[in-house]
Design a protein around this ligand. Structure first.
Ligand code: ADP
Ligand code: MG
Length: 179
């Protein structure tokens, strides 16, 4: 089994329920939830004239390849009705593969670690919440060091929305597949 770190984002509709439903669908596909972060509320990045996001990161155990995982996450985005319109624009669900085992992949359709992992507080804060010692497979630097560098910038853009115990409780209520 490989450990994959996935980032979830939603800023349209019932944002928390959509993220929990996406996680449930991953569990239906046989992924095993290892750890989940708290849920954070985040002021949009890139294209800023849009509603506020909810973001979290989960780590999952998965037995197939990173491309198999991408196919699954894109399938779930489509099932949940994601429309691809404006780049970085509003979406009811975005699932990004942040890390997959220790792999480094540099293809257009799949870049791992995620191409912007070191620049986004809404990736780094939940990622290091789950695993404070996790390292960049490209250079061995700890992601908490990247986070430290960003901390002066715009920490006000992100705040806690639901702590992880409550989020897990809500996932258990919604998902038959969470054990
Ligand atoms: P973004 O997440 O940057 O807002 P999208 O979710 O629309 O953009 O993703 C666009 C494309 O990014 C997808 O078609 C996918 O093939 C590609 N991609 C490259 N690397 C990754 C990754 N690590 N996780 C998810 N998608 C990726
Ligand atoms: Mg994406």
């Amino acid at each position: 089994m490989y450990e994959a770190y996935l980032a979830f984002g939603s800023n349209l509709g019932d944002r928390k329920k959509i993220i929990l439903t996406a996680i449930d669908k991953l569990l239906q596909k046989g992924l095993i939830l290892h750890k989940i972060s708290s849920l954070y509320e985040t002021i949009p990045y890139g294209y800023t004239e849009q509603p506020i996001f909810l973001n979290c990161v989960g780590s999952f155990l998965f037995g197939k390849t990173s491309y198999d995982l991408l196919e699954i996450t894109q399938g779930i985005e489509n099932e949940l009705g994601r429309k691809r319109t404006i780049k970085w624009g509003p979406r009811n669900i975005d699932i990004d593969i942040l890390l997959f085992a220790e792999q480094v992949i540099n293809k257009d359709d799949l870049t791992i670690p995620h191409y912007d992992i070191q620049n986004r507080l809404f990736f780094l804060i939940p990622l290091t919440e789950i695993n404070p010692d996790i390292e960049d497979p490209r250079n061995g630097l700890k992601y908490r060091e990247y986070l430290k560098r960003l901390m002066d910038s715009d920490v006000d853009s992100i705040k806690l929305f639901t702590d992880k115990e409550t989020l897990l409780f809500e996932l258990k209520k919604l998902s038959e597949h969470y054990i």
